[in-house]
Design a protein around this ligand. Structure first.
Ligand code: PLP
Length: 355
């Protein structure tokens, strides 16, 4: 059945070995982030047998699948108060910025007779999660209270960049995180085990030897999956960008004009599209849609194919320039960017095949 997400486990292994060598070679531990492909269990087997340090995901449901893992499990998204019991049960470490939630995690951990580790998030200006770096009062009061909680361990600090604000990690902003950590260590006479310096957008700093010394962890999803660093969008040498590909089947193939006929209003998603007049073209409809992929982040492997548009269940292609003989029933293959991988692995209509 199509559509199908093809997962090449050898290419995944290649990317995994390369990223692990790179990150660990820089003196950091590595968390592999598995949310981009809904924590697929075949890939989990590869990760479990590798020398990565942590398994990380934004959803507790995904971490639950890793029950019995030898790796420590890290919840990346700040916990909801309504899920603290599950968080303590299915992760050893979670990222946090709200003392209310940390108190609830403490209670849940006490009930389960566990100690739960907290990585306190500091916002260096990207404006997603974390206590704002200038708000020293909140940073200290939070740390002070965490240190009093019986079932929580302050494991360290973390920052997330290039997600909402698209702020690029640099030596200067990451140094602010290190400074905050060192002030905390001095003030409370403690040692913070982990200072986590970001995601796939921090990797380029390794090559430039610009990662501040005390940053000792990175959390990597996209670079491992798709082989690119995400600060400047460069491919990493020796990595594959096609460990995941998508295949879909042609259900209609006809010559039609390229501009709709009649007065046009808005499309199925409320947008007013603009149509380029390409004359009479060879149009194919394939059986995959916006529920399964992000049509703006899908790249035909036959580079002479253009994607014209998509609705929930249909993707429309222009095959006019292609040299291949496509027919109804032919399969078209695509490389996927992150948002398409995310949707394809979340959609229950997309099958998976391992190679
Ligand atoms: C998703 C996420 C990551 C991984 O980001 P990539 O760009 O895929 O490497 C790291 N940290 C947090 C907090 C995340 O939410």
């Amino acid at each position: 059945m199509y559509p199908k997400l093809i997962i090449d486990l050898n290419k995944i292994k290649n990317n995994l070995n390369k990223i692990t060598d790179m990150v660990k070679g820089s003196g950091c531990s590595i968390m592999i982030v598995t949310k981009g492909y809904s924590a697929d269990l075949e890939i989990y087997k590869v990760l479990e047998n590798s020398n990565i340090d942590y398994l990380a995901d934004s959803r507790i449901q995904n971490l639950k699948k890793y029950q019995g893992s030898k790796k420590e499990r890290v919840l990346l998204r700040l916990p909801m108060n309504s899920e603290v019991d599950e968080v303590v049960k299915h992760s050893e470490i979670s990222l946090n910025s709200e003392i209310v939630t940390i108190r609830n995690l403490n209670e849940a951990a006490a009930k389960q007779n566990k100690k739960h580790k907290v990585l306190l998030m500091i916002d260096l200006g990207d404006l997603r999660e974390g206590i704002f770096f200038k708000d020293e009062e909140e940073i200290y009061s939070t740390v002070e209270e965490i240190l009093k909680l019986t079932n929580i361990e302050l494991f360290g600090l973390g920052v997330n960049l290039t997600c909402y604000g698209a702020v690029i990690p640099k030596r200067d902003n990451l140094s602010v995180l290190v400074e905050i950590a060192e002030k905390i260590e001095k003030k409370y006479n403690i040692k913070l085990e982990m200072i986590s310096g970001g995601n796939s957008s921090s990797i380029y700093l390794i090559g430039e030897k610009e990662l501040p010394e005390r940053i000792n962890n990175l959390r990597i999803g996209e670079a491992f999956l798709l082989g690119g660093e995400t600060a400047y969008g460069e491919m990493l040498e020796g990595f594959y960008d096609d460990a995941f590909t998508l295949e879909a089947e042609i259900i209609e193939l006809k010559e039609k004009q390229s501009v709709p006929i009649g007065e046009t209003g808005v499309d199925a998603f409320g947008n007013k599209p603009v149509y380029e007049d390409r004359g009479i073209i060879k149009r194919a409809i394939i059986a995959v849609g916006r529920q399964d992929v992000d049509s703006d982040n899908l790249h035909p492997i036959d580079s002479k194919i253009d994607i014209l548009g998509a609705s929930s269940d249909h993707l429309i292609l222009d095959l006019t320039k292609s040299d291949k003989e496509y027919q109804v029933g032919s399969i078209v293959s695509f490389k996927v960017s992150y948002s398409s991988l995310l949707r394809a692995s979340t959609s229950s209509y997309v099958e998976r095949e391992y190679r």
